[in-house]
Design a binder for this molecule. Structure first.
Ligand code: SAM
Length: 349
C-alpha cells in the first residue's frame, strides 16, 4: 500500500493540536487550514500564507500554538510568508512567529548561504541552474553578475566554476549584507567586487567575459548595462519567463540533442545574423522558447551595435545561441528559461 507521507504527517499534527487545544478546536474542522507545503531553512520552518488563517487560531495562546508546530516539524523557529513583494528588490513578506533571530544558514552543493529570511528571498526553485553554473569552466574568466542577490550564482561561479573574478551588482542593502557575509564564509571575498546600487548605474564597463542576468520575469531592462559590461563580446546568460500559447502547444517539436534548423519551426523572426544549431535541456522544445531566443539574440546584436556605434544594416557583431535551458515551470504556460548567448565580432575577412 502506498502511504502519502505528507497526509500522514498532517494527521499527526492535527492530532497533536487536538490533544493540546481540544476544548477550543473540537467544534471546528481545521484540517484544511493546516500547511500542505513548507520549507525548512536549517532549524527554521517557513510556512506559506495559506495556512493557519482561521479565526479560531487567535483563541489559542500564540506561543503555545507555534510550540506544537515547531515540535511537530522538529525545528526551533517558525515563520510565515506572504507573497514576494513586487517592490523590485523582491523583499519577502515573512514574519517570525516563533524565535527572534531571522538569520538562517543553509548548505547547498558545499556552499554556505546565510540570509535574513524576513528580508531576502532564497530561490529554492533555481537549484538546477545553480548546479549548471557551478559546472561551467570559468577558469581565467571575469564574470559579471547583474542581479547577485545573496550570491545564488556568484558563489557557485567562484567556488566551483573557478571564475578568476566576479563583479556582483545588487541594489537591496539586505541582500548585499548577506552576499558579503557569504563571500567571507566561503573564503572567496578576495575574488569578488560588490557594487551596491542599480546595475544600470553601477555596473562596470568593458571587463566581462561572461554576464549573468538572473532576474525573472524579465532582465531586459538591464540589457544595455550588461552589453556594456562585456569586453568586446562574450557570453550572456539571460533569464526570462516565457509565455506559451496553449493553443499552439501541439506545434512543439521533438528533438534529440541539437536543434539543427530551428528556423523551419518558427516564424516572424529577425534572426538572419544568428547562427542556427543549439542545445536544450528538454526534448520537447516549444516554438515560443525558440522565438524568444532569436528575438533576444537580435535585440542584443542591435544593442551591441548601438553601443559600438555601428550602423544597423552592417552589424559588426554576431550572436550565437549556444543553449536554451528550462529552469522550471513558473506558472501554467509560463516557463522560467535561460538563454546562453555568445556574442562576438564578425570576422571581416
Ligand atoms: C531573483 S533575485 C536573485 C536571483 C538569483 N540570481 C536567483 O535566480 O536565484 C534578483 C535580485 O536582483 C536584485 N535586483 C533587481 N533589479 C536590480 C537592479 N536593477 N540592479 C541591481 N540589483 C537588482 C534584487 O534585489 C534581487 O536580489
Amino acid at each position: 500500500m502506498k502511504i502519502n507521507r505528507k497526509k500522514a504527517s498532517l494527521k499527526v499534527l492535527a492530532d497533536s493540536l487536538l490533544a493540546k487545544f481540544g476544548e477550543i478546536l473540537k467544534s471546528e474542522d481545521f484540517s484544511a487550514d493546516l500547511p500542505k507545503k513548507w520549507e525548512k531553512h536549517g532549524d527554521l520552518l517557513l510556512l506559506p500564507e495559506s495556512c493557519f488563517t482561521l479565526e479560531i487560531w487567535c483563541e489559542i495562546d500564540e506561543s503555545d500554538l507555534w510550540q506544537v508546530v515547531a515540535d511537530h516539524f522538529g525545528v526551533s523557529r517558525v515563520a510565515k510568508k506572504g507573497r514576494i513583494c513586487s517592490d523590485g528588490i523582491r523583499s519577502p513578506q515573512v514574519v517570525l512567529m516563533k524565535g527572534d533571530d531571522p538569520w538562517v544558514s543553509h548548505v547547498d552543493n558545499k556552499i554556505k548561504y546565510c540570509y535574513d529570511v524576513t528580508k531576502c528571498m532564497f530561490s529554492a526553485g533555481n537549484i538546477t541552474e545553480k548546479l549548471r553554473m557551478a559546472k561551467l569552466d570559468c577558469a581565467g574568466e571575469v564574470v559579471v553578475d547583474m542581479f547577485a542577490g545573496i550570491g545564488y550564482f556568484t558563489l557557485p561561479l567562484l567556488v566551483h566554476a573557478k571564475a578568476k573574478h566576479v563583479h556582483a551588482c545588487e541594489w537591496n542593502p539586505n541582500a548585499v549584507r548577506s552576499l558579503k557575509r557569504n563571500l567571507r564564509e566561503n573564503k572567496v571575498l578576495d575574488r569578488c567586487t560588490v557594487y551596491e546600487g542599480d546595475n544600470r548605474d553601477v555596473c562596470p564597463k568593458g571587463i566581462g567575459d561572461r554576464v549573468i542576468m538572473g532576474l525573472i520575469p524579465n532582465a531586459m531592462n538591464s540589457i544595455e548595462a550588461a552589453c556594456r559590461s562585456l569586453k568586446c563580446g562574450g557570453v550572456l546568460h539571460i533569464h526570462h519567463n516565457v509565455e506559451s500559447n496553449v493553443k499552439q502547444q501541439d506545434n512543439s517539436y521533438e528533438r534529440s540533442h541539437t536543434v539543427s534548423n530551428p528556423l523551419e519551426n518558427t516564424h516572424t523572426l529577425d534572426c538572419c545574423e544568428t547562427e542556427p544549431g543549439f542545445s536544450c535541456n528538454k526534448t520537447r522544445v516549444l516554438p515560443e522558447w525558440v522565438s524568444w531566443a532569436y528575438k533576444t539574440a537580435s535585440t542584443v546584436r542591435h544593442v551591441m551595435d548601438q553601443i559600438h556605434e555601428q550602423h544597423r544594416d552592417a552589424s559588426r557583431f554576431r550572436t550565437r545561441i549556444l543553449h536554451i535551458e528550462k529552469v522550471k515551470s513558473y506558472a501554467p504556460h509560463v516557463d522560467h528559461m535561460v538563454l546562453d548567448l555568445r556574442i562576438d565580432v564578425h570576422d571581416e575577412s
